[in-house]
Ligand binder design. Structure first.
Ligand code: NAP
Length: 528
């Protein structure tokens, strides 16, 4: 990589997070011959989401041949939609294959990060430890990592057990208990059928119903596994076929203005799923959303609706008034006594202080979170942000391509490689996306957003984390996955400003496209 690394920096690169995003970045660094990096993880082991989320029923809901790295196919998935523990095992296997564990520091919580413009390095402040300095910083913290503790009156007074799905106590035994489940997002949909048979009674408190379509969740026959193992092309074909299917579902979101019937079709699938499983019209009515499909993240299940037809499961759609010492009171005055309260209440996604998940201070002390709150979320191609040199922010605004997290990270790996290669070839030590390039990208995405369900559909009652407090929908990258990949491989270098080492001799390099600015201030820093 850079030949003129200043001394006194702890690591060339620091990566925050050891989930599939952080590991993808680490693999890319290794492929480029960069071994001087550290991976910081607040948890006690690697795997990110798939280490943290251990609630009953946890499973992937994007088919596993697609929900995995293309370069590390796993022929051993037991089901088409693998359970969470297999994802965790897969993460461990990938870490071992690429010798990543020795780079990881667990129980290391990042508190804040600061860019030093004169020294051209980042300082990463951690709880209970000395700060770490690095030339480049990779934020791979995901957007679903800060659990949301609901603000329900009386929650602290509850004398029974509270389990949040994102911090599940795997020792908890719910057998024979009276349970309340708050939250009917993708997580609640998985938890309910997984616990219904064991508990004495479970009451689901639903604020907003969710669109649920069928899940073609089949066990993978051993013959198919052998085929995947010995003829990898077959698994690749399954991956491509599934990817094409998911991209089509994504079109329903992205081209709602042009193809509104696609959303209607997906809603019909939900209604058919519900009709087949629930005979009671009143229950069906309660379980049918009054906002459009895709306004919030839809989910997939074959047994969620069926669970409501059990005698020991009830659905409450009256708003919760308060939690008491022994139960939950709803606004209709009914109190339900319970032993355990399950909070499937998700994550703080675009809330103040959660995006990014800790203070990130860029050039001139610019605070990313504060800037986002004031001006709206921005990035360039979902990975770099003007004002924040040498930062790869893997869950930046616009990062998420609809297809699968792994397609996103593999695109980002391409973007990282291209930038780092170019710096290496020219002797630059700093990159920063230009203001105008970022604005151009944001405007393109905002224009695309006008074609989506979010702008053309009826989303007012969805309570969707896709929308931020400015009403913007800037989490997702609104373009086909292949186009995003192409852009990450071919973005013009002129969209970046490159800077030479401050305290070292610049060598001209072979590349003439790179613009090296020894001063470090290009006058384009108009934000702040
Ligand atoms: P979520 O989609 O944000 O759902 C949270 C649920 O809690 C919602 O039903 C919400 O109601 C409810 N809630 C929150 N605060 C509440 C309050 N104060 N009172 C009553 N209800 C409250 O969270 P999630 O289900 O954990 O899913 C988050 C994301 O994780 C998903 O969108 C998905 O991307 C990912 N996920 C993926 C998988 C997978 O298989 N790959 C599985 C699970 C989750 P409102 O809707 O009314 O706000």
């Amino acid at each position: 990589m850079q030949t003129a690394t200043p001394t006194g920096v702890d690591h060339q690169v620091a990566i925050v997070g050891t989930g599939f995003g952080g590991m993808g970045a680490a693999i890319q660094l290794k492929r480029m011959g960069i071994d001087d990096f550290v991976m910081l993880e607040r948890d006690d082991d690697l795997g990110g989401t798939w280490h943290a989320n251990r609630y009953p029923g946890v499973a992937v809901d994007i088919a596993s041949p697609t929900y995995s790295y293309s370069f590390e196919p796993n022929p051993n998935w037991s089901r088409l939609f693998a359970p969470g523990n297999e994802l965790k095992d897969y993460a461990v296997q990938v870490a071992d294959t690429y010798d990543l564990r020795r780079h990881m520091r667990f129980h290391t919580t990042v508190m804040s990060t600061y860019w030093d413009d004169d020294g051209q390095f980042w300082t990463v402040e951690i709880a209970d430890g000395d700060p770490i300095t690095c030339r480049q910083l990779v934020l791979a913290t995901g957007i679903l990592s800060q659990l949301h503790w609901p603000d329900i009156p009386g929650l602290d007074d509850f004398e029974g057990r509270i389990l949040h799905t994102a911090a599940w106590n795997t020792e908890a035994d719910l057998t024979g208990e009276r349970v309340a489940l708050i939250g009917t997002g993708a997580t609640g949909v998985q938890v309910l059928p997984a616990i219904a048979a064991d508990v004495e009674h479970v009451t689901v408190y639903q604020r907003t119903p969710i669109w649920v379509t069928m899940k073609p969740d089949l066990a993978v026959h051993p013959v198919v596994r052998r085929l995947f193992k010995h003829v990898p092309l077959t698994q690749k074909a399954a991956r491509v076929a599934n990817a094409a299917f998911i991209e089509t579902i994504g079109l329903a979101l992205m081209l709602n203005k042009e193809l509104p019937f696609l959303v209607d079709g997906l809603e019909l699938l939900h209604k058919a799923n519900l009709f087949v499983q629930v005979r009671d019209p009143e229950l069906r009515r309660k379980l049918t959303p009054d906002y459009d499909f895709w306004c919030k993240r839809p989910t997939f299940s074959n047994d969620y609706f069926k669970a409501y037809t059990r005698d020991n499961v009830s659905l409450v759609s009256a708003p919760i008034q308060q939690v008491t010492a022994n139960g939950i009171v709803t606004e209709d005055g009914v109190e339900q006594p319970i032993d355990t309260l399950i909070l499937a209440t998700g994550f703080t996604v675009q809330d103040r202080g959660a995006f990014p998940p800790f203070p990130v201070h860029g050039r001139d002390g610019l605070d990313m979170g504060a800037w986002y709150q004031r001006n709206g979320y921005e990035s360039y191609q979902g990975i770099t942000v003007h004002g924040f040199p040498n930062l790869f922010y893997l869950s930046a605004p616009f990062a998420f391509t609809g297809l699968s997290f792994f397609y996103m990270i593999e695109s980002q790996m391409e973007h990282m490689k291209r930038l780092i290669d170019r710096m290496s070839a020219s002797g630059a030590t700093v990159f920063e996306v230009k203001r105008e390039a970022q604005t151009r990208f944001v405007e393109l995405m905002d224009e695309r957003a006008t074609h989506t369900v979010w702008h053309n559909g009826s989303c007012g009652t969805a309570h969707s984390y896709y929308f931020n407090e400015h009403g913007q929908t800037r989490l997702g990258r609104l373009e086909p996955t292949l186009v995003a990949r192409w852009r990450d491989r071919h973005f013009p270098f002129s969209d970046y400003r490159f800077e030479a080492p401050r305290h070292a001799t610049v060598h001209a390099g072979r590349e003439t496209l790179v613009e090296i600015e020894p001063s470090g201030r290009d006058g384009s820093l108009s934000i702040g």
